[in-house]
Design a protein around this ligand. Structure first.
Ligand SMILES: Cc1cc2nc3c(=O)[nH]c(=O)nc-3n(C[C@H](O)[C@H](O)[C@H](O)COP(=O)(O)O)c2cc1C
Length: 373
């Protein structure tokens, strides 16, 4: 009898033969030489734990909150597009899987299901990830997300222009299916005969947002705004000045700009720069429960996973997403016990050995001196 997957890498291996070559490559790919994608993993591996023993850590609190939303453990689902690449019920199945694990799902603008369909299927909290595709579509999406009960807007800032990945160029990859969130929009523009550049998978049909547009975005909604893709103290400080309610340190899984630092390496300077004023989340390369502990010990409130959700979906739909998350929960719980920790609220940097070459965490003053504003 075949064992069920026992870790996320098993899920990856099981998913591969179940997906078409081109869909698989699209999901796995990073930008260019995929150096940042690899570094997202190797940097986690370079941090080692400092386990502590003879401490009673039998009652461990791993539940937490993110912007006031209760989640059963500090792992969420990152926003990723087109879950139909891996499973027919697409994001609706992912939402059910996340709900079974009592955690939060961030839903991409570029989904196969519409945000309303996902909200109807979900049993846990949802945040809506916004990719700006022009003022009209953004206003429409934000208002629909608020009406459908999404609890925050996750503004992706690290994708100003399209970045075709080299694997996809070689494969002449074309994304299957239509974008659920723009079905109505496309119908309306077809009906009116308006000469509007319709939103599509690849190309934002509008100039990217800038810091100057944030007041406008803020005026559209009362929902909290999470800035996703922050990688430097400079942008973290600007995000705070522009009313960020939380910051997500992310390299987009290394899919946008290659040879940037990994997320976990960037985290300390952002934690220092924001000085506890907002919650910080991290994604990119999280695959093991010990990675979760490392991110929290460095100051994150929670982490999220991207590619693994497709692996879970491909292997077993909503149940696969749920089981993939449960494996992470189990591993994280074990890492907590081995580090003698009773609560996610108490994790500190002293639980880790950080590679010497990363250097000391820069102080707020060092950063301020270098800023041009
Ligand atoms: C196939 C795929 C599609 C993605 N689409 C989006 C997206 O639409 N919006 C977004 O903000 N991030 C997107 N991301 C990035 C994820 O939100 C997340 O940052 C990344 O997957 C985390 O890294 P990991 O895959 O190593 O866990 C995508 C990632 C993947 C793998």
């Amino acid at each position: 009898m075949r064992l069920e997957p026992i870790n996320l890498f098993d899920y990856e291996a099981r998913a591969r033969p179940l997906l078409s070559h081109n869909n698989w490559e699209f999901i796995e790919a990073g930008a260019m030489d995929e150096i940042t994608t690899a570094r997202n993993r190797s940097a986690f591996e370079d941090i080692t734990l400092r386990p502590r023993f003879l401490i009673d850590a039998t009652e461990r609190k791993i539940a937490t909150t993110v912007l006031g939303e209760a989640i059963s453990f500090p792992v969420m689902i990152s926003p990723t597009d087109g879950h139909g690449l891996a499973y027919s019920e697409a994001e609706c199945a992912t939402a059910r899987g996340a709900g079974m694990s009592k955690t939060l799902m961030m839903c991409s603008t570029s989904s196969h299901c519409s945000l309303e369909e996902i909200a109807a299927a979900a049993t846990g909290p949802l945040w809506f990830q916004l990719s700006h595709r022009g003022y009209g579509p953004t206003e429409n999406l934000v208002q629909r997300a608020e009406a459908a009960g999404y609890k925050a807007i996750v503004l992706t800032i690290d994708a100003p222009i399209p970045t075709p990945k080299e694997r996809d160029i070689r494969n002449r990859f074309v994304r299957p299916g239509e974008m659920g969130n723009f079905r109505e929009f496309l119908k309306q523009t077809a009906d009116t005969g308006d000469d509007v550049d319709p939103p599509n998978w690849e190309m934002p049909s509008a100039p990217p947002l800038t810091w100057q547009d944030l007041e406008w975005l803020r005026s559209l909604t009362n929902l909290p705004i999470v800035f996703k893709g922050v990688r430097t103290a400079e942008d973290a400080r600007l995000a705070l000045e522009h009313g960020a309610n939380a910051i997500m340190v992310s390299t987009h899984g290394g899919r946008r700009m290659d040879t940037t630092m990994s997320s976990i390496e960037a985290l300390p300077e952002i934690v220092t720069a924001t000085a506890g004023r907002v919650e910080i989340y991290v994604d990119s390369g999280v695959r093991r429960g010990s990675d979760v502990l490392k991110a929290l010990a460095l100051g994150a409130t929670a982490v999220s996973v991207g590619r693994p959700l497709y692996w879970g979906l491909a292997v077993n739909g909503a149940e696969g997403v749920h089981h993939m998350l449960e494996l992470l929960r189990e591993e994280f719980n074990r890492a907590m016990a081995y580090c003698g920790q009773n609560s996610v609220d108490d994790l500190e940097e002293r639980l880790l050995n950080i590679p010497r070459e990363w250097g000391p965490v820069r102080t707020e003053n060092d950063i301020v001196e270098r800023l041009p504003f």
